[in-house]
Design a protein around this ligand. Structure first.
Ligand code: FAD
Length: 400
């Protein structure tokens, strides 16, 4: 299975596997340096909101599930909660709030409102094997896959979108007013995104695996084969997700280049120039290969209904993250669902005018920008790790 390298067009995109492979190393190198900069390594997250769906008792007690937080005094002043809440929260009439989080109509996820939660250094808390498993972990994944139930009537949907009850329920089996084919396409896209995210998490935990027998961290080929390589479509969805996020970064190019990355740590601004330089390199690659045809989705007479439904599903996924019983998994789950949701918002909600930094400088919060780039880094790193596994497979004695 490890020998299977996908070739040809990546379904639903205007991009092929070969073109992603050809830029993979460069893209990864720039992203890897970028996410280590102060702007991109610091994330603020509320890890202690209650699970809105069930009473979660499955807390992971392994050492590796824990995270270390950063004291607010170590964070540049302008990224602290007090400053952020002044500038970043949208006006009350534009947001739907729940305690500790909110969403705007255009958002595909619930965002933390920055007044609660901790600062986390993402580099100090890498995504890796934690040992979180069994029923609690499986239940999260199956709940997320079950959100893949599209086809609610317009009325139901409107009631759900209007209601600020938690959680939003888009899962009721009611008669559909949607165009079947269109519904199918969106449903497939939803599944691909989730399965690709799941596969990317599996690749990371199999690559940075703790061998309990030897007490060493090492890649676990068998883990990769059973979870990913023996299901070739899962790997394909990691490519799909990579193209999706690349396309969002490509469209956001001018906006991201104009964003304020200043940590104001030094008077020379050397650090900030480095951040912008690496980011521009990533944008350049994204503009060359990030070819995803977002116009093929959400078309036809029911387009707005399907889109609203799609959003409800993704918002629910972001809330399900509050049920993940392992802090480190929850942290990276939140980063990546926010990153994917930001990409979806950019692709499906923003026209060129909205993306213009001179007219819409408050389009994205700092945390959305951080999540977007870190998510692209995760997906690209997965593709690089897959190459490591291919090499291991080729060198393994049982290779026929
Ligand atoms: P799971 O990965 O739990 O999968 C459950 C079932 O889903 C499988 O039996 C299979 O039928 C199906 N499935 C598996 N992969 C796919 C796919 N790509 N597409 C479609 N279907 C699939 N563990 C860590 O060690 N480190 C982490 O950082 C980490 N982060 C996590 C983040 C989140 C949000 C969640 C929910 C879990 C996380 N976990 C993490 C746990 C990890 O994902 C697994 O749940 C755990 O390792 C148990 O794996 P499993 O073999 O039981 O199958």
């Amino acid at each position: 299975e490890c020998k299977h390298i996908p070739t040809g067009p990546i379904e639903m995109t205007q991009c092929d596997y070969e073109s992603i492979e050809s830029v993979e190393e460069d893209l990864y190198k720039h992203l890897h340096e970028l996410v280590a900069t102060p702007f991109f390594r610091h994330f603020r997250v509320d890890l202690y909101r209650e699970c809105p769906f069930w009473e979660e008792n499955g807390f992971c007690m392994n050492r590796e599930c824990g995270i270390t937080t950063v004291d607010e005094s170590e964070i540049p002043e302008k990224w602290r909660a007090a400053s952020l809440s002044k500038v970043e929260l949208p006006p009350e009439e534009l947001r739907n709030s729940l305690p500790g989080c909110y969403y705007k109509e255009s958002d595909y996820c619930f965002l933390d409102d920055h007044t609660e939660g901790d600062h986390v250094d993402l580099i100090a808390n890498p995504e890796q094997f934690t040992g979180y498993s069994g029923f609690p972990a499986n239940r999260i994944w199956s709940t997320i896959y079950n959100e893949n139930c599209f086809g609610i009537s317009e009325l139901d949907l409107k009631a759900k979108v209007d209601s600020d009850d938690s959680p939003q329920s888009a899962n009721s089996p009611t008669k559909s007013s949607l165009n079947e084919a269109q519904q199918c396409l969106e449903k497939r896209v939803y599944y691909k995104i989730i399965s690709g995210l799941h596969a990317s998490i599996s690749i990371h935990l199999c690559h940075d695996w703790f061998n309990q027998t030897s007490g060493q961290w090492m890649p676990n080929l068998e883990c990769f084969v059973s979870r990913v390589a023996s299901h070739p479509e899962r790997l394909k969805y990691v490519y799909f997700n990579t193209v999706l996020v690349l396309r969002a970064v490509a469209r956001l190019g001018p906006y991201l280049s104009a964003y304020d990355y200043c940590s104001c740590n030094s008077e020379t601004h050397e650090e900030d120039r480095f951040t912008l330089d690496r980011l521009n390199k990533v944008i350049e690659i994204a503009q060359n290969v990030g070819q995803f045809d977002e116009s093929s989705l959400f078309k036809g007479e029911d387009a707005n209904i399907v889109k609203e439904e799609f959003k409800v599903h993704f918002r629910n996924v972001s809330r399900i993250m509050d049920c993940v019983g392992c802090d480190k998994c929850r942290l990276w789950g939140k980063v990546q669902t926010t990153g994917v949701a930001t990409a979806l918002k950019v692709l499906f909600e923003m026209d060129e005018k909205a993306l213009d930094p001179s007219t819409n400088s408050n389009l994205l919060t700092r945390l959305e920008v951080v999540a977007l780039i870190n998510t692209l880094h995760r997906f690209t790193e997965s593709l690089v790790y897959v190459n490591d596994f291919r090499r291991m497979w080729a060198e393994a004695p049982n290779d026929e």
